[in-house]
Design a binder for this molecule. Sequence first.
Ligand SMILES: *[C@@H]1O[C@H](CO)[C@@H](O)[C@H](O)[C@H]1NC(C)=O
Ligand SMILES: *[C@@H]1O[C@H](CO)[C@@H](O)[C@H](O)[C@H]1NC(C)=O
Ligand SMILES: *[C@@H]1O[C@H](CO)[C@@H](O)[C@H](O)[C@H]1NC(C)=O
Length: 376
Amino acid sequence: AALFSLCLFSLLTLCLTLCSVSNAAAAPRDLRITDPGLLGSLDVQWEPPPLAPALNECTVKYRFEYRSSGDTDWKVIFTRRLRFRVGFDLSRTAEAKVQTLLQGRCTDGVEVQSDWIHATFHVPLQGRLESKVQNFHCIYHDWEYLTCTWQPGLLTPRGANYGLYYWYDGLDNVVQCDHYIQEQGINVGCVLHNLSQAEYRDLNVCVNGSAAATLLRPLYTTLRLHNLAKPSPPQQLVLVSAAEELLVVWSPPGGRTPASCLEYEVQAAEDAGAAAAAWAFVSTQMETALTISRANQSHVSCVRVRGRTNTFCADQGFWSEWTQDCFSVSTKEDKQLFILIPVILSLSISLIIFMLIGQCKKRSAAGKPQQGSAGC
Ligand SMILES: *[C@@H]1O[C@H](CO)[C@@H](O)[C@H](O)[C@H]1NC(C)=O
Ligand SMILES: *[C@@H]1O[C@H](CO)[C@@H](O)[C@H](O)[C@H]1NC(C)=O
Ligand SMILES: *[C@@H]1O[C@H](CO)[C@@H](O)[C@H](O)[C@H]1NC(C)=O
């Protein structure tokens, strides 16, 4: 009997285990990362778990996460799809993982997660790390054209030259730069026009190169144009000096820069005549007008304004050059005149009075008072 009950117990345990196993979600299969040759956009795909439950019983979803190795955060996507094209930094290892999420009648309404499956990918490394170009910088001028510049790598053989290639969602293939900036016959930069289709998307860029017999390490990067925008300086800066305050008005720069995407910094300086004017921060704002109160007006002699992309349109951007105007000189002269005129006037009036008194005294002394000189 003891044996029988032990048997029963083991059977029960086995059943419980099996039941809970059938409740657990099975992991997806065959996670793969492949490179379609688009300089950073990789295809990630997987197969559904082997034992998919009946559709009317449970919904199968996936939690897909990916990152370039070294990133602290994974990017997370909840999906029912089995394939994604997502952006990675090809100079690092691409990492992806996916798990099944099961929910419905088959799980009594609670969400059940499977184990993760993982995959990694990296492009075959060519050339030595020190041969990669350095100081790669890009600026998106007026939302009209992009300039990127670089310097040759530290360990670059003679006769090396560079090429810049790019791709964004909307182009069929990778495109090479057609307007290089050169220094002593070597490509050290590129100017790209007509990129409006690439705004607010990932623009994948690769700068690679070759020397006679050596391969150079390519540089891969992903640009976001709206974060690289540099507007032209604000236009038509006008200072109006009113009785109570100084009114500063300007216009947004022309060109393709969206006026609603700009913010401005205003600075004022007391002495623009000095070699090093002491510029003091006044305001950062989106409006194109500012009133500086009279208390400060007497000190302000110059005002300058610059613009950049505001936080509603981008995470970051570059400041434009300054636009500057001064008003103080005429105001100071006016003030001096206003002080001088009363002084001169009162001086001359006193002089005239003194002279008249002197004349009257002379006349009375001469004993010949005249009619009509009662004014004395
Ligand atoms: C700009 O690019 C579009 C396609 O994105 C193309 O149709 C158009 O001709 C290009 N314009 C110039 C001036 O290159
Ligand atoms: C540079 O990259 C482009 C785009 O991937 C490729 O077509 C080209 O062959 C590469 N050049 C060298 C020298 O590696
Ligand atoms: C005006 O002066 C006050 C104090 O002197 C200072 O706190 C304020 O920032 C100044 N404002 C401007 C617009 O210069």
